[in-house]
Design a protein around this ligand. Structure first.
Ligand code: SF4
Length: 272
């Protein structure tokens, strides 16, 4: 069965035969928004921790490879510029597209999930109100965030903005911290956030073999803070599904580097 695509100005999703069959994790379909990462749009930075977490170079070079299809890069840059130039209009565009995605999911008998930060790290829970009309109301209502505007949607993201782990987030928004050893300052801050809040933390291991060696019953992997504290947790297979909101709490989400460039990463983002 061919993959069905949901395409809009802001978010994009694909539905394949495997998903249509549906099971516990995969009867959700995720629409992802891809902005131009870090400061690539030249109008502002959508990844405040990128430099400290050492992920910017890898992310931009990946974006550069997508540059073979420069129309993709250009449309991400244009989208990000719309975000910086007129946030209210951008949020209206996003509301329209998520509403269309919810209808599309209904038509295909799947549940809607949305990752807004496919290639960005924006704090959507703060200072991003969203106005939605319809949905049982006669007049448009402005909600504090897009999450509150769409209670029927499960939102999730990875984040390097570790302070977000300390916030009380809307119940339909799940965040997974992202580990990096690019700088002791970032490593310590993200470990502390995981230790203090119990938030899940994703670790990218250099190979599947290295990742698998620390996974399994009774095993833990350990990461040290410079104050002597240690984060010792079970590692789960983060590649089995991308639906991070279905993960158990208090684990390390073990991913492995995909592609030659990622396996050769020397920034400290890839471990082992
Ligand atoms: S924070 Fe995420 S999206 Fe931004 S540069 Fe780093 S890896 Fe890329």
């Amino acid at each position: 069965m061919a993959t069905k695509i949901f395409k809009s100005k802001t978010i994009l999703a694909g539905l394949n035969a495997k998903t249509i069959k549906g099971d516990k994790a995969t009867d959700y379909v995720t629409a992802i928004m891809y902005l131009a990462p870090a400061a690539q749009s030249l109008l502002g930075n959508v990844c405040p921790m990128a430099e400290l977490a050492g992920c910017e170079a890898g992310c931009l070079s990946k974006a550069g490879r997508a540059g073979i299809f420069s129309s993709i890069v250009n449309s991400r840059i244009a989208k990000t510029q719309r975000y910086f130039n007129d946030r209210r209009a951008f949020m209206a565009e996003l509301v329209r597209d998520i509403s269309a995605f919810v209808r599309w999911c209904g038509k295909h008998g799947v549940k809607p999930a949305v990752r807004l930060n496919g290639t960005s790290d924006i704090q959507w829970e703060t200072a991003h109100p969203a106005t939605r009309s319809g949905h049982g109301h006669l007049v448009p209502i402005t909600y504090a965030s897009i999450f509150e505007a769409f209670p029927e949607v499960q939102f999730y993201d990875y984040t390097k903005v570790y302070k977000r782990a300390y916030k009380a987030l809307p119940s339909n928004y799940s965040l997974t911290l992202s580990y990096s050893e690019a700088s002791p300052r970032y490593r310590d801050a993200v470990l502390l956030a995981a230790l203090e809040t119990g938030a899940n933390i994703a670790v990218v291991y250099r190979t599947q073999h290295i990742r698998n060696a620390v996974m399994g019953a009774g095993k833990v992997d350990t990461f040290g803070h410079s104050n002597g504290e240690r984060l010792a947790r079970e590692v789960i297979d983060g590649d089995e599904t991308d639906m991070r909101f279905t993960d158990p709490k208090g684990v390390i989400v073990g991913l492995y580097a995909k592609g030659k460039g990622a396996r050769r990463d020397t920034t400290g983002f890839v471990i082992g």
